[in-house]
Design a protein around this ligand. Structure first.
Ligand code: NDP
Length: 436
């Protein structure tokens, strides 16, 4: 299957428009968001007025140049994570079978890498070997270096996809922009065992989320000699979320990001730049806005956030347990209700997938996105409502997941045909039960 076939679920005009817009707008947006959070009090109006007054020249002036220290931080962090990915022991895990019949094999050592990373980072601070405030103080330069470095990395992925693909799951759409944006290889590797998407998505991107959450907390502590309860709630919820991610990392290797989206700008640049900058932004805002919530409100928000993260985890767990046991498990205490969906692979083989139609997956076809969005809201709401920008991630995530639900539905409809229709009749709502 060519990359074009896999991706153009919207009209071609909309597809090209959105690809070119994201390629050109995301990099400057990362810088503007950082600038607004760190230097303009989190106020979009303040940044807007600055740009109105100083124009393009002003914008170029606020765009930090990548410095040697920024490159050094990125390189040391990236090399450390790559080494952990290669060296730490882990169980052998098989990914899902691809459309060309290839089954990737992984070493599941994400939780160990996460633990080693956080212990190392916090110890470096505790024993005064490296102060995380250095990262915060050079954040703009780091994002700038990441923007350019990751673009070059995506060019490398494009060239590798053409000249040295790692598996049969690779191909060109015949269009340079689509190949660069959506990627060419599904499972690019360096050598036999260094999986590039595990590195970019999990060990660099998701790991940086936890590392930066800790960084913001330490920065506030070093600046004020205490940490506000709003920052504590934010950091705790983000860390619970990322811990959940690494706990379930092998499950993530069965999701759309890994099993369907190829390694290109969309996924790889997104995980290398967008995750460390945008996903962590509520914490970035709180550094200079130590809101005091009071212990009761802080506790309510914390509990609500943890509950949402748990429900999101349980949705993913239910689906994976159901698939792993071929439906021979209990869902909410009962035998699951299911559909046996037949489909044909590109090589013409007929296969069967089970679709779960009870439990969380009986409420709506993508119900798991509801607690995902709510969890993001709960780790942002400690910032209260003085500024809109901390909520940008929640708004972005909502758009991303609603679009993803459409992409996934379209893909599943073309994969399962009448069986997907049957599923839609049985579970008519896409995301929000009774509403959408
Ligand atoms: P998944 O890939 O986990 O689930 C969708 C896939 O599951 C479908 O493509 C289909 O694949 C299979 N499937 C669909 N319906 C059923 C069913 N009823 N029973 C069994 N299998 C089914 O979804 P996502 O990758 O979107 O989400 C995974 C997690 O990642 C979620 O927790 C989500 O919230 C989170 N996420 C977070 C994002 C963020 O930026 N913070 C972005 C995206 C996701 P098949 O071909 O195998 O049938």
């Amino acid at each position: 299957m060519g990359a074009t076939e896999a991706k153009t679920v919207h009209s071609p005009a909309l597809t090209y428009f959105s690809m070119l817009s994201l390629l050109s707008l995301c990099p400057p947006f990362v810088i503007l968001l950082w600038y607004t959070m760190v230097h303009a009090d989190g106020s979009v109006v303040q940044t807007w007025n600055f740009l109105k007054q100083h124009g393009l020249q002003g914008f170029l002036e606020i765009w930090p140049r990548p410095t040697a220290i920024a490159w050094k931080i990125i390189f040391v962090y990236g090399a450390f994570e790559a080494a952990l990915q290669l060296i730490l022991p882990g169980k052998r895990v098989e990914g899902p079978i691809s459309p060309t019949g290839h089954r990737p094999v992984y070493k599941a050592n994400g939780m160990a890498a996460y633990f080693v990373t956080l212990v190392t980072y916090i110890s470096l601070w505790w024993f005064e070997i490296f102060n995380p405030t250095v990262v915060y103080d050079h954040l703009g330069e780091i994002y700038s270096a990441l923007i350019f470095g990751s673009l070059i990395f995506c060019v490398f992925l494009y060239i590798k996809g053409h000249v040295a693909p790692s598996s049969t799951d690779s191909g060109s759409s015949g269009n340079l922009i689509i190949d660069f944006y959506w990627g060419m290889e599904l499972y690019p590797r360096i050598g036999k065992s260094f999986d590039i998407k595990v590195f970019t998505n999990c060990r660099f991107g998701m790991m940086s989320w936890a590392v930066l959450a800790v960084t913001y907390c330490i920065k506030q502590y070093e600046a004020n000699a205490k940490v506000s309860d709003s920052m504590l709630v934010n950091t705790t919820l983000m860390l619970v979320y990322v811990t959940k991610f690494f706990w379930w990392e092998a499950g993530y290797w069965n999701t759309m990001d890994i099993a369907h989206d190829r390694a290109g700008f969309y996924i790889c640049w997104g995980c290398l730049v967008w995750v460390p900058s945008i996903y962590t932004s509520p914490g970035m805002y709180l550094v200079n806005h130590p809101v005091n919530l009071g212990s009761q409100l802080a506790l309510y928000i914390l509990v609500a956030g943890i509950l949402c993260i748990y429900i999101n985890y349980d949705c993913d767990r239910q689906r994976q347990e159901f698939r792993r046991t071929s439906g021979k498990c209990k869902i909410w205490g009962k035998a699951p209700s299911k559909i046996e969906a037949t489909y044909t692979t590109t090589s013409g083989e007929t296969k069967i997938s089970l679709l779960l139609t009870s439990g969380w997956w009986g409420l709506a076809r993508h119900f798991h996105y509801v607690p995902e969005i709510l969890a993001a809201f709960f780790w942002t709401v400690p910032a209260l409502f003085n500024h809109f920008l901390p909520y940008f991630y929640v708004v972005f995530l909502t758009i991303l997941l609603f679009d993803r639900a459409k992409r996934d539905d379209d893909r599943c409809r073309s994969k399962y045909g009448k069986y997907w229709k049957l599923y839609c009749n049985k579970v008519p709502y896409k995301i929000i039960p009774g509403i959408y």
